[in-house]
Design a protein around this ligand. Structure first.
Ligand code: ADP
Length: 304
């Protein structure tokens, strides 16, 4: 028996001439938070929909909680929770009614979900708001209600498509804390996000996807160690053009983006020595992070 919550092999899907998912392979271990990152149009949402059995693949094998997909996707989905990219709550219903109606899709009786209501609302920091109309909720509250809704069937695995997009920092931190609680309780989470700090904080492993393929996979630390120099010095200011020739031998890799020069190096000291005391340059020295890896592997050109 595999202990993987999701296994994907040779997955392919095309729309017209475009192969949107072009031979994807990965496995999500039970109990981990797995991140799927990639620029817009990389094929992340299509991959998630294929894994849930909501669209038919052209080729490939998938197992969701041990069940073959798409043939037994419906059975597997009873043990899965989904937080879609855009909230699809019913605006005519109260907080509690939204949970009751959603639970009914899983065949869960109203008295059963009413008995769990305070636990679900407590978890999503909505205690005391069961009768609130949807129009009175903030964006963060709606997101938390969508999270509570995804938990009505007590799922083993949660798919979360950009769960914190559009939220303020306080609301994001609360969602992060709740997602950590879920993995501590043994739940598996598959997360897509455009926030690299979020992925770095929450995910034990990350797949970076681009143009329908997985181009890197590993823990955040492994990806940084494998793909990028460990230190970064960002330099800008009026003296930049004249300083670039001096920087050249000191940084093995440099990227000039707009008015900023990103210098990547194992040892930043010679660069910093060059920069100290210069009044025509401003600089930031920081450790390399997942965003540096992401931009190196997927490029800095705008998508969409
Ligand atoms: P991501 O979630 O990484 O932004 P998507 O999986 O949503 O990427 O989309 C990948 C590509 O597939 C995009 O170019 C998108 O326009 C295309 N695509 C997605 N769904 C459909 C569809 N139903 N019909 C045609 N093209 C689609």
């Amino acid at each position: 028996m595999s202990s993987d919550a999701l296994e994907v092999r040779g997955l392919r899907k095309h729309y017209g001439a475009l192969e949107v998912v072009a031979g994807v392979e990965f496995a999500v271990r039970a109990g981990e938070c797995f991140g799927l990152l990639g620029p817009n149009g990389a094929g992340k949402t299509t991959t998630l929909k294929l894994c849930l059995g909501l669209i038919e693949p052209d080729a490939g094998e998938m197992r969701l909680l041990g069940e073959p997909v798409p043939s037994r996707a419906r059975e597997a989905r009873t043990r899965v929770g989904v937080v879609p990219q855009f909230d699809s709550l019913d605006p005519d219903f109260s907080v509690a009614e939204n949970l009751v109606v959603y639970a009914s899709y899983f065949g869960i009786a109203e008295r059963v979900i009413r008995a769990r209501m305070s636990e679900l609302l407590e978890f999503s920091a909505l205690a005391g708001r069961e009768d609130a109309r949807l129009s009175t909720l903030s964006g963060g509250m709606k997101r938390r209600l969508t999270l509570a809704r995804a938990l009505v069937n007590d799922p083993e695995l949660l798919f979360m498509d950009e769960p914190t997009t559009g939220l303020d920092p306080q609301a994001r931190h609360l969602i992060w804390e709740r997602l950590r609680r879920l993995t501590q309780r043994g739940k598996t989470i598959i997360l897509t996000t455009h926030f690299m700090d979020e992925a770095e904080r929450l995910c034990s492993r990350i797949a970076i996807m681009d143009r329908g393929r997985i181009i890197a996979l590993g823990s955040p630390r492994e990806l940084i160690a494998r793909h990028i120099e460990p230190q970064v010095v960002e330099v800008h200011g009026p003296g930049l053009e004249s300083w670039i020739p001096r920087a050249a031998p000191l940084a093995p890799r440099k990227e000039h983006v707009g008015e900023t020069l990103f210098c990547y190096a194992a040892d930043p000291e010679p660069l910093l020595a060059q920069l100290r005391g210069r009044t025509d340059l401003t600089y930031i020295h920081r450790p390399a992070n997942l965003e540096d890896v992401f931009l190196k592997l997927t490029g800095r050109d705008l998508r969409d």
